[in-house]
Design a binder for this molecule. Structure first.
Ligand SMILES: Nc1ncnc2c1ncn2[C@@H]1O[C@H](COP(=O)(O)OP(=O)(O)O)[C@@H](O)[C@H]1O
Ligand SMILES: CSC[C@H]1O[C@H](OP(=O)(O)O)[C@H](O)[C@@H]1O
Length: 403
């Protein structure tokens, strides 16, 4: 009987040939480690004869980037494969196909997207993705609406919350996003050149109170089945196509957390161009492109969400005039707050983003980091004044003009 053990390249090949029928017996497999994420092993296997390739992702019982001192549940591999299957049903074409799942080895085999690029890398190179806003708007509207109490019978939805109960992964987010960055905690790490700004944040009780309220929403508001880690490193793109990967943090949480993750990470890219793009004209042009993309994402999301509400709502109270408007306003307010939290944690907290980390000059990086912290704080503190998406993007424009 197979017992859990971490695979190496040869082990991955043997597994694919022995325990799946994905390749013919005479396949000539080559294997390459491709994972650069914080948590798991990821291999690409290619048959030299046919050119067919697959991705094999295996969870380790600890966080790969930290080591064995940080134990983590292997059940996250089940959650990830079930979430991908669920998303593929709700949003065909927007996630990789799952071909195989092995509970004992905590292993998922899925479609190889190596012809796609991790989105944050494309954004750093100022690439443009003409269909991204509509793709991700659809992904957000469909995955969030179709798993909510508005679309599902109450019993089904409650069973789903149990199926996707993900306490250990949620604890990582609770600590790394909503707690450690607001204290002088040993888990934080940041550029010494921004120490003054970080200390101001630690002393800002008004900000910390608002973050505590957002944390409470994350802990208690089981509104929809959310991806839970929808940053631009969890999105793979070509000019034509968008695929969302890595839903191992999935659980029933607030819709605004996923939307805020997308917005916050696009704004981290925005801030990183302070360092990546020295030419002012080119920089402003691309930054404006990112803000327009954020506006389009919300517009697409809202349009599709309202259509789904109109056609698919099962909740009887959904027909009450004004309910959908109230609901979406709350989601937008949450999205603003969570976008802010996501930005702040990536500057002060343990896990940073490649967008800013790839700026080698610490002074230039500090410019981007300080801008990200200013935007992040504003989105948290002023989220109740956000009534439409332009209230977010205009605040960012204002901050850059003032800076
Ligand atoms: N389906 C896929 N096709 C191609 N590359 C992938 C695929 N899934 C993951 N990868 C690569 O592996 C990296 C890590 O994958 P990810 O799922 O984000 O792992 P982790 O959960 O450890 O962060 C990605 O950044 C990407 O480069
Ligand atoms: C040590 S876990 C830190 C961080 O890593 C996860 O991101 P990734 O997609 O790179 O695996 C997640 O955002 C966690 O907060």
């Amino acid at each position: 009987m197979l017992r859990y053990h971490p695979l190496d390249e040869q082990g991955a090949i043997t597994y694919a040939l022995k325990f799946t029928d994905l390749f013919p017996e005479n396949a000539q497999l080559i294997c390459r480690k491709v994972g650069d994420g914080n948590l798991n092993l990821v291999f690409q296997l290619t048959d030299k004869r046919s050119g067919k390739s697959i991705i094999m992702k295996q969870a380790r019982p600890f966080a790969r980037a930290i080591g064995e001192s940080w134990p983590l549940t292997l059940d996250r591999a089940r959650i990830e494969s079930q979430a991908l299957i669920n998303h593929d049903r709700i949003c065909p074409g927007l996630v990789p196909k799952v071909y195989h799942y092995d509970r004992v080895l905590a292993l998922t085999i899925m479609e190889d997207l190596s012809n796609h690029l991790i989105m944050r890398k494309g954004l750093a190179a100022r690439k443009r993705y003409p269909h991204f806003a509509s793709h991700i708007g659809t992904f957000l509207a469909r995955t969030l609406f179709m798993t909510s109490d508005i679309a599902l019978p109450a019993q089904t939805k409650k069973k789903r919350t149990v199926q996707f109960m993900n306490p250990e992964m949620c604890k990582i987010s609770e600590d790394l996003i909503f707690t450690y960055p607001y204290f002088d905690s040993g888990e934080n790490q940041f550029n010494p050149l921004i120490a003054d700004t970080v200390e101001e944040i630690w002393m800002n009780n008004q900000l910390k109170l608002e973050v505590a309220k957002l944390k409470d929403g994350f802990l208690t508001h089981a509104q929809a089945l959310i991806h839970g880690d929808l940053h631009t490193g969890s999105i793979m793109v070509t000019e034509e196509d968008t695929k969302v990967i890595d839903p191992e943090f999935t659980f029933y949480g607030p819709m605004g957390f996923d939307i805020g993750a997308v917005i916050g990470n696009l704004l981290l890219s925005f801030a990183s161009h302070e360092g990546h793009t020295p030419d002012l004209g080119e920089r402003m042009n691309y930054q404006e492109y990112l803000l327009t993309m954020i506006e389009q994402i919300w517009t697409c999301f809202e349009k599709e969400f309202r259509q789904l509400w109109e056609k698919e709502a099962k909740e009887r109270m959904a027909v009450i005039p004004g309910y959908v408007d109230h609901y979406l306003l709350q989601v937008l307010e949450d999205a603003s707050g969570y976008a802010g939290c996501k930005m702040i944690r990536r500057i002060i907290g343990l896990a940073h983003v490649w967008d800013l980390e790839s700026i080698s000059d610490p002074k230039l990086r500090a410019n981007g980091e300080k801008l990200a912290l200013s935007v992040g704080q504003k989105l948290v503190l002023e989220r109740r004044q956000v009534k439409e998406i332009y209230d977010i993007t205009s605040r960012v424009r204002q901050l850059v003009e003032l800076g």
